[in-house]
Design a protein around this ligand. Sequence first.
Ligand code: ADP
Length: 541
Amino acid sequence: MLGIMQDWPLTVNKVLEHANRINPTREIITRRVEGNISRTTYAELFTMSKQVSNALKDHGIGLGDRVATLGWNSERHMASWYGAMGIGAVLHTINPRLHPEQIAWIANHAEDKVLIFDKTFLPVVEAIKDHLETVKTFVIYADADTMPENSLGAVPFDIWIDGRSDECRWGDFPEDTACGLCYTSGTTGNPKGVLYSHRSNVLHTMITMQKDAIGMGANDVVLPVVPMFHANAWGLALSCPATGANMVMPGAQMDGASIYELLDTEKVTITAAVPTVWLMLLNHLQENNLKLPHLNKVIIGGSAVPEKILRAFEEDYEVDVVHAWGMTETSPLGTLGTLPPHMLDAPIEKRLEQKLKQGRPPFGVELKIVDDEGNDLPNDGETTGRLMVRGAAIAAGYFKGVGGNVLDPNGFFDTGDVAHLDEYGTMTITDRAKDVIKSGGEWISSIDIENIAVGHPKVANAAAIGIYHPKWDERPLLVVQPAQGENPTKEEVLAQLDGKIAKWWTPDDVVFVSEIPLGATGKINKLALREQFKDYKLPTA
Ligand code: ADP
């Protein structure tokens, strides 16, 4: 027997239609690449997006066609999203921090027909234009006055949509229609495309609006520092208009001073970014003796939150830190570190310890850990295994079938992370499967070592990698980037670890480098480091 309820397909155009109806005067505030601030209401964004739809239709774009962007967070970028998605085209966010060759490879693999981009990326697009096999139309986020000279025959975005009708039929397709495409950054092999559906994006939006997830409302002012090209700005490009929260878009400027200025002048209540961004902000606050009176919550994810960042926000600035874990394949939010009920009244040190963990899955996400043979492991807070995930907004495979079947017989996706789960579902990542250091058959968590090492005031960044050892197979080498103007010694760094990790986890050696390489999403590029130190001889070997 079927229920007798309305058919209301879960398509993302409904998000912006709702914002236009219910919160038309709430705003998107953008720092333009030219430096000035622009303000756009959700009602205006709705009109702009419809105009984008009509512009795309004029170029023959329709259901299933891929429209790519290389863009900072901005209201124009938002209009491109909703304009493309509304007519059933697939909005493909390309990460501009990738190598130009990789950008061309991705655009060709995706068969993008239109490329809309910020003028910051004009040199990159000009450099690869002869390699772009399918892109026919180039649009630059600019108006007539700010349009740069170019050899692409590109049009300025504002002129492209100007004067077009704001009437366009949206969403007349099934909810499982493809909606967004995002390639994983490909630290291993070629990038793989994750193809979100309208349904998965709408469900992810609803999942992240839960109070124990991001839990924002119409009165919030949200600053997504996390870029829209990094897994949908952690869903904020959808959940903000869905709730009516104001969005504050930092454009290309993500340094401490610029972010602080926006947090302060726009009275931001919730913000989200990777740890590197917060290190820059905290330095700026400390150097200039500033406070954060309006900010309630900071979402930190993408890599593990170092303790010094957690403590600074919670203790010095009274801002609630929500540690989040996820990946492009999980839309991306998989767990959030809001405090579970039994921890609310725990002593501060216990609460901080809990917040360093990656957190618990919201409704809509299921987690389990398994051994190498795929057998379930206990949720005892100790046993580590491969982290598997299943849910309403989790990838079932990759675009064009790359990588083959990625699900286990029960439909769980292998995250490539190594973690443990406790009886309340709190997940703690101990490593990525490929970064784990295997010493004498046992696993050493590189993340733990790194987080403690960066707690030393003379250390800016640290990475632990496994180096060949004749007896133990691998032993940890700690690569340290000293803080500006500091010269830490090996002994000082090792003393920082002493007593906080098992003795046998202690790195066999410490080396200092002027810069630890970061990948396109701001994470430590372990592949490059392993390559750099592949012939390194440990003193213990
Ligand atoms: P890539 O796999 O190319 O780095 P993603 O941005 O999808 O691209 O990264 C997902 C991975 O980032 C996760 O599988 C995990 O290893 C890591 N990660 C994300 N959030 C956290 C976190 N809070 N703590 C530790 N690792 C994290």
